[in-house]
Design a protein around this ligand. Structure first.
Ligand code: CUA
Length: 314
């Protein structure tokens, strides 16, 4: 029935969202019907001049009845909250085995990049039945990555990374929309998600123009942008080592602990004074405006690749 009124249901998350939506819709309909039925019954039964019995209800029956229905509705609504919140929370964190795709939004297009280095514009090819993690940022204003068929929608912000993920359950082509007004051509900021069988996806990926993968691009930038001047093994500058950094907990100069994830690494390049590692001077200059989002993604991928080489795998 959902296909009549709703977009196709093409991800694992969509199944949960639709079940919650239809569940709440049915519950609301039942309550509405009950309320209107009682209004009509009481209006007829207690109309002026009718013989119906009036006066106080027996007190005991009335009190137990009140406690009963209040408790029942409380549990019902706590259940609804739990049901919806649980679905939303699982929508936040991608499984560890997810394919990673970098998404950069700009006025007015979607740029996507696969871990292999393959790039697409206003399109994203993914295999069916595999979790796909989207790591997203914007080059200008706020956009919103919206795939109705997957029931996912996530704001994409400048100078910040946001994430979402999905696992497609149907092959086909599904529309990708921008769901945040982002200027004149906001309504034209469309793309398509192409869900393929795994063997077709593998074939598609091999025929893409062979760019270097992200980590290799990052390794070159690491030297050409001067990062290696301080962060390389042989450097005389006292700078934090990047080997094994990714995914580790880092102690900061102000006593806080943070996990070195994508967002932390990105912030460290753009706002190096924000989270200074304990034991180091805040001497790193900001690279805001010097690196574009694609370069930041590449450098982050390179720093991640350093983590695995020390056995600190993820
Ligand atoms: Cu991008 Cu609206």
């Amino acid at each position: 029935m959902s296909s009549l009124f709703m977009p196709p249901e093409a991800s694992t998350h969509a199944v949960h969202v639709d079940a919650i939506f239809i569940g709440i819709l049915i519950l609301s309909a039942l309550i509405t019907i009950a309320v209107f039925a009682l209004i009509i019954v009481f209006a007829v039964r207690y109309r002026r001049g009718s013989q119906a019995k009036r006066g106080k209800l027996p007190e005991l029956v009335s009190r137990e009845f009140e406690i009963g229905w209040t408790t029942a509705t409380l549990f019902l609504f706590v259940f609804l909250f739990w049901w919806a919140a649980a679905a939303d929370l699982t929508g936040l964190t991608a499984p560890a085995n997810a394919i990673e795709i970098h998404v950069v939004a700009k006025q007015w297009m979607w740029k996507t990049q696969h871990a292999s280095g393959a790039r697409e514009i206003n399109a994203l090819h993914v295999p069916i039945g595999k979790p796909v993690r989207l790591i997203m940022t914007s080059q200008d204003v706020i956009h919103s990555f919206f795939v109705p068929a997957f029931r996912i929608k996530q704001d994409v912000l400048p100078d910040r990374q946001t994430e979402t993920w999905f696992q497609a359950t149907k092959t086909g082509v599904f529309p990708l929309l921008c769901a945040e007004f982002c200027g004149t051509d906001h309504s034209m900021m469309r793309g398509r998600i192409v869900v393929m069988r795994p063997e077709d996806y593998a074939k598609w990926l091999t025929v893409q123009p062979q760019g270097d993968d992200l980590a290799h691009q990052g390794a070159q930038l690491f030297v050409s942008r001067g990062c290696s001047g301080c962060h390389a093994e042989a450097s005389k500058v006292h700078a934090p080592k990047l080997e094994g950094l990714y995914g580790r907990s880092v102690q900061l100069a102000d006593g806080r602990h943070v996990t070195a994830d994508e967002a932390y690494i990105r912030d460290s390049m753009l706002q190096p004074k924000k989270d200074v590692t304990a034991g180091y001077e805040p001497i790193m200059p900001s690279y805001a405006g010097l690196l574009d989002d694609g370069e930041i993604d590449s450098l982050t991928a390179y720093i991640r690749s350093l983590a695995t080489s020390t056995g600190d795998a993820r």
